[in-house]
Each structure stands twice: as C-alpha cells, then as structure tokens.
Design a protein around this ligand. Structure first.
Ligand SMILES: NC(=O)c1ccc[n+]([C@@H]2O[C@H](COP(=O)([O-])OP(=O)(O)OC[C@H]3O[C@@H](n4cnc5c(N)ncnc54)[C@H](OP(=O)(O)O)[C@@H]3O)[C@@H](O)[C@H]2O)c1
Length: 305
C-alpha cells in the first residue's frame, strides 16, 4: 500500500482509507475480520462520524479490535461532527460534546483528525476556532479538516483557526466528477462547464489540503454502485478491459482511477466485505496511463471539448 502525506508531512497515511459508515450492523467477528484485513493490506486510516449507525459504528470498531494502546498506535482515526437530527451545528458546545462522545465510544483518548461534516450556515468561525484550540491543547484532537466545503468556506474558517484545515472530504467517483468536469470545460457554455464547487480541486491542491473521496463506487447520491450495473454498459466494458490489461479486479480499477489524479486524493472505501477489500487494495499496484484515465472518464459519458 502506497502512502500519502497529509498536512505537509504531518500524517503519513495509507493512500486508501476504510470508511466505517456501514459497519454498525456487523458482528464483532465480521468487523474484526474487516479491520484486520485492512491492516494486513497496509491501510492505517479509518474514517468515522459521530452519526454513523447513530454512534454504533464507532462502538463496533473499538470492540472489534479490542482497542488497547498498542493497537491504537497503529491506527489513524478520523471522525466527524456537526450533523444533528434535522440541522447542522458547529457550535463550540456541540463540537466539544461530540468529540467526548466519540472518544468514549472508540475507547481512546485522542482522535487523529476531526472533520466538520457539512457546512453549517449559522457557523461562527471564532467559536469553531475556540473549540478546535481547546481540543488540540487538551490532546483530544491532533488535526482538523472539513467535509463538503467550498474554498470560501474554508478560507472563512482558516481566517480564525490556529489549527488550519488539512483535509476536505468530498463526493467523488468515476460517475460523480463535477469538480473535474468544470476544470476540463472552462470557457464553454455547456452544463459540464458549470463550476458548482468554486474550483475546489485546484484550491485544495494550491493549499496542500488533502481531498478524500467519499462513496467512490456510488453513482448519484447513494443510488447504487456503477460497477457491474446495466445502466453503465460502456463504462463497465471499458473498466473490464483495462482491469484485464492490469490483471486486477474491476473494483481496483475504479479506485486506481481516483489514485491516478496528481492531487493525491485519498479514496474512502465503504465495503464491509473483507474479500472485496483485498480486491480494492490491488488498486495501489496499478498506475493507469493518461490515455486509460481519459478513456474511463469518457466511457462514463463525459465529453471532452
Ligand atoms: N463526508 C460525507 O459526507 C460522507 C458521505 C458518505 C460516506 N462517507 C464516507 O465514505 C465512506 C464510503 O462511503 P460508501 O460506503 O457509500 O462508499 P462505497 O465504497 O462507494 O460503497 C460501498 C457500498 O457499496 C457496496 N458494493 C456493492 N458492490 C460493490 C463493488 N463491486 N465494489 C465496491 N462496493 C460495492 C458495498 O457492499 P459490501 O459491504 O457488501 O462490499 C457497500 O455497501 C463511508 O464509510 C464514510 O466513511 C462520507
């Protein structure tokens, strides 16, 4: 498994991360198998949120690996806060409480990276800055990031933060490429030239903010998986052809496509199946050619100008 640097070398992370959103219903044995497979494959980065499974995913995770200090040292644990039942909440009180609850559920005394889950338009950045400083100085959180935020929202936060934003987790898969499409279609009058995210891809590269790709196998907003799906015949045909050339499963090509981008994007894969996870990790051995990358992009229905 290749490594990437997050935050200019502050964190050495596996280039693929295991997302733990769906592990809440796994038995202890199943979860343990999944996490240990991840570790065997070289994955050291695990993504959580306070709301996954209503908090259950964090509990299942800690229980599955019998969390203890020597195990904890091997893991980079990320969690998120800020989504509540029907509203978003970046208040200092909520951020502090959410972290305390996550620490308890994960049986640990520190979180490596804490992300603000979705923008809260009622955010007061001074309050977030106070919360982050309190968490950092008490040793409860090492580093900070956001999810689903645009450049100006990050700029606004960073104006006040002592601990600057190092990560932005965004939806990205071969079939969800808005942040790439707009950059390829500058100066055009077609839909794919519409920049909905404020050049977030280029902004994060400029600022050394690591983009993490959530739901790398899904199309739409959780509509399903594009692999082996009759709705995407041309794309699957192309992925299968390229998978045969590289002698890896199609799952690995879907992830290799994200890894090939020089922005060093970290895919957060959400499988709960340990065999599938091994297949996915083969992506780390594949470097797609420029031509292959663009062929897959076009097979997903995108046109180049
Ligand atoms: N920041 C945010 O707003 C946000 C939003 C959503 C998710 N996330 C993070 O992103 C992570 C990944 O999200 P996700 O679970 O939606 O992503 P995903 O990896 O795109 O999807 C995984 C799901 O697809 C299923 N699947 C079926 N066939 C598959 C195949 N051939 N290859 C791969 N998966 C297949 C998996 O089933 P099996 O389990 O049976 O393999 C699993 O249920 C989450 O765990 C979470 O950490 C963040």
């Amino acid at each position: 498994m290749n490594k990437i640097n997050i935050g200019n070398g502050k964190i050495s992370a596996s280039e693929i991360s295991l997302g733990c959103m769906r592990i809440n219903n796994l038995s202890k044995n199943e979860a343990s198998r999944l996490i240990n497979t991840a570790l065997e494959e070289g994955i050291n980065y695990f993504d959580h949120a306070d709301i996954y499974g209503g908090g259950r995913s964090e509990e299942v995770f800690a229980d599955a690996i019998d969390m203890h200090p020597s195990m904890r040292d091997k893991l980079i644990i990320q969690t998120k806060c800020g989504i509540r039942d029907g509203y978003f909440d970046f208040s200092k009180a909520h951020i502090l409480q959410s972290v305390d609850d996550s620490l308890k559920r994960m049986q640990t005394d520190y979180i490596d990276t804490l992300l603000l889950h979705r923008p809260d338009t009622l955010m007061e950045p001074e309050e977030v800055a106070e919360a982050f400083s309190t968490l950092n100085e008490s040793g409860k959180v090492r580093y900070f990031g956001v999810s689903n935020q645009n450049p100006m929202q990050i700029e606004l936060l960073n104006k006040y933060l002592k601990n600057k934003i190092m990560i932005n987790q965004l939806q990205l898969s071969i079939t969800n490429t808005g942040m790439i499409d707009s950059g390829l279609n500058v100066n055009m009058t077609i839909d794919s030239s519409i920049d909905r995210d404020g050049s977030i891809l280029e902004y994060c590269r400029l600022k050394d903010i690591t983009i993490q790709a959530w739901s790398p196998f899904q199309y739409g907003f959780f509509e399903g998986i594009f692999l082996n799906n009759d709705k995407f015949p041309e794309l699957n045909h192309k992925i299968d052809d390229i998978a045969a050339i590289h002698n890896v499963p199609n799952t690995a090509i879907a992830i290799a496509w994200i890894l090939r981008h020089p922005a060093k994007i970290q895919p957060i894969v959400g499988t709960t199946n340990h065999k599938r996870l091994r297949d996915i990790c083969k992506a780390s051995q594949v470097k797609l050619t420029r031509k292959e990358w663009y062929e897959i992009y076009r097979a997903a229905g995108n046109k180049l100008p």
